[in-house]
Design a protein around this ligand. Structure first.
Ligand code: URA
Length: 267
């Protein structure tokens, strides 16, 4: 295999979510000893025992999801502040994404900020560092915010921003979160917004629009202020989309100016 083929194979594995070595050396599981087949039972007299009761039917996936959402709602509702919400979220065991994640990515920035930004889910960098929007898309987000005088590392009402995601755990291979993952984590997100109590919320891309507004179609709804989560929310293009489609930065700039105008009370 030449260098280019080896690199393409490696990138394919990373894309599929296999981005971490489990052992120091490869293990060929086909070479492992197979368990001995069970000895065939000796012929016996007809079975006189009473019939074994049938196993209960497998739980209905819809009921399982409803129970998982109810548990999320109960845990989120009992959190009285952001640290207890972060702890409740970290302890929530129904979302399997948690099993593959290195960190529960809760938030970054100043919770007292007037603006709260909601993204989709951590990517690889965010999973490693435990903070939202720290990879390439996050760096673009920082530059976008800076252009309208906002800064996640600043305190104080004027410049501060608070940042979180719909999901706190990285989906394998950065795939789009599915509907059940969003449904399970939505009670935590709603409580997060309630406790942080920002004046304005920005929804970055389709996933937070789907979660919060119940609809996607960011190309159509971006730039329109909508009342949700008991406050004005602004759907915008996700910075990762802007990295792929730089021409869309024109619309993103218009949306940033709209956000600035709202903050200044001029809109
Ligand atoms: N994309 C997101 O939506 N959130 C992050 O934290 C990083 C990338």
């Amino acid at each position: 295999m030449d260098w280019h083929a080896a690199r393409a194979a490696l990138e394919w594995q990373i894309e599929a979510g296999a981005d971490e070595a489990m052992l120091d050396a490869p293990l060929n599981r086909y070479d492992l000893a197979q368990p001995a087949p069970a000895a065939s039972p000796a012929p016996s007299a007809p079975d006189q025992r009473p019939p074994v009761p049938m196993r209960p039917a497998a739980p209905d996936p819809g009921e399982q999801l409803a129970a998982a959402v109810a548990e999320a709602r109960r845990l989120a509702g009992s959190a009285t502040d952001l640290p207890s919400l972060a702890a409740a979220m970290g302890a929530y065991g129904h979302c399997e994404l948690k099993l593959g994640a290195r960190n529960t990515v809760f938030s970054d920035g100043d919770p007292a900020a007037r603006v709260m930004i909601i993204g989709e889910a951590p990517g690889r960098e965010e999973d490693i560092r435990g903070k939202p929007f720290v990879g390439a898309a996050g760096q673009l987000l920082d530059r976008m915010l800076d252009a309208i005088g906002l800064d996640r590392s600043a305190g104080g009402a004027d410049r501060a921003v608070y940042i979180t995601n719909v999901l706190p755990w990285r989906p394998p291979g950065n795939r789009t979160p599915d509907a059940s993952e969003i449904a399970m984590m939505l009670p935590f997100l709603e409580r997060h917004v309630e406790l942080a109590a920002p004046d304005l919320v920005v929804l970055m891309g389709n996933t937070p629009c789907q979660a919060v507004l119940g609809r996607a179609g960011i190309t159509r709804i971006r730039g329109t202020w909508i009342e949700a989560l008991s406050r004005p929310v602004l759907p915008m293009f996700h910075p990762a989309y802007l990295l792929r489609q730089p021409l869309a930065k024109r619309e993103a700039w218009a949306d940033l100016l709209s956000l600035r105008a709202r903050l200044d009370g001029a809109d």
